[in-house]
Design a protein around this ligand. Sequence first.
Ligand code: ADP
Ligand code: ILO
Length: 340
Amino acid sequence: MNYPNFSSDCKSLLCKHLTKEIFEELKDKKSRYGYTLNRLIKSGLENPDSSIGVYVGDEESYEIFAPLLNPIIQEYHNFTNNHKSDMDPNHLDITNPDPNGEFILSTRIRVGRNLHCFPLGPNIAQRERLIVECMVSDALKSLDGELKGRYYPLLGMDKETQNRLIKDHFLFKEGDRFLESAGLNKEWPEGRGIFHNSNKTFLVWINEEDQLRIISMQKGGDIKEVFSRLSKAVKELEKSLKFAFSQRLGYITSCPTNLGTAMRASVHIKLPKLGKDMQKFQSITQKYDLQIRGVDGEHSQSKDYIYDISNRRRLGITEVEAVKQMTDGVQALIEAEKSL
Ligand code: ADP
Ligand code: ILO
């Protein structure tokens, strides 16, 4: 493998941080599960419009390829060391930023998790993926009360049901080209699926970008209630599943942007006036370190001035702090919208 030919307009953190020296240092390294530099950077090379450009195949690769990954982690999270966790909803001092339901359509908080002792999705074998599906769907059977639900494998799900779940924002999309290049779509749809309770306020995606995406969501802006449900569910699942975690990087995920809390707390919010003044809009999101996504998730466009607003940073910040920061930012956006 030769040093890649990055185009001059490449903006990914991969092309910024993969110097010739680092490339030479890492090009022949391999993790115990067989992950290589070639595979680490494949998605970024095949998708030159990537913003990050790497997917990690196992926990050990975060150490082996640290000369490339650490600067990427540092730049994305502004932090590299010693994750702190706090998922105690009693520590979350917030109120609903939109009590009259004028702006916030829905709230969703998810965390990514992967099982200890397994390679991550980009490097998992077909059989191992099936074992993960079995272990996680079994663990989910023990949930009761509000969290009680059923697992629906993607294999065998009819297209109409699948498309409706995607359209209603409950299920992951199919055929993401970034994940495809990283090897995350291999043997699709086998081993993938969704668990949810009857009113779809608690959901778990199995074997998408991470082995678990644990999700709490509901209509409106009661962010604390959404967080409390998520916190309870994670605690329950930890009784039967051991998640990959390191003191330095927090919860281990296949994309370095998700390390640490692995949490993305978002609202879908309608902001027609701010949507016409992107400079003002972005000055507020930058101040609170928030990310603006389209209404159908990452790499989608906003429709009817509805935006997905979430915390950008996940490492070096606790879960409670991330949710608080998102809530404060959303409050500021609502005030700005009202003042226009
Ligand atoms: P993730 O959050 O898991 O990183 P995406 O950005 O692709 O991934 O979002 C996944 C799905 O969740 C998409 O359908 C998206 O529209 C939906 N979603 C995200 N935030 C909210 C929200 N606050 N309310 C309703 N749906 C949401
Ligand atoms: N690999 C894509 C997406 C990066 C961040 N999003 C995730 C983790 N889904 C890119 O480099 O733009």
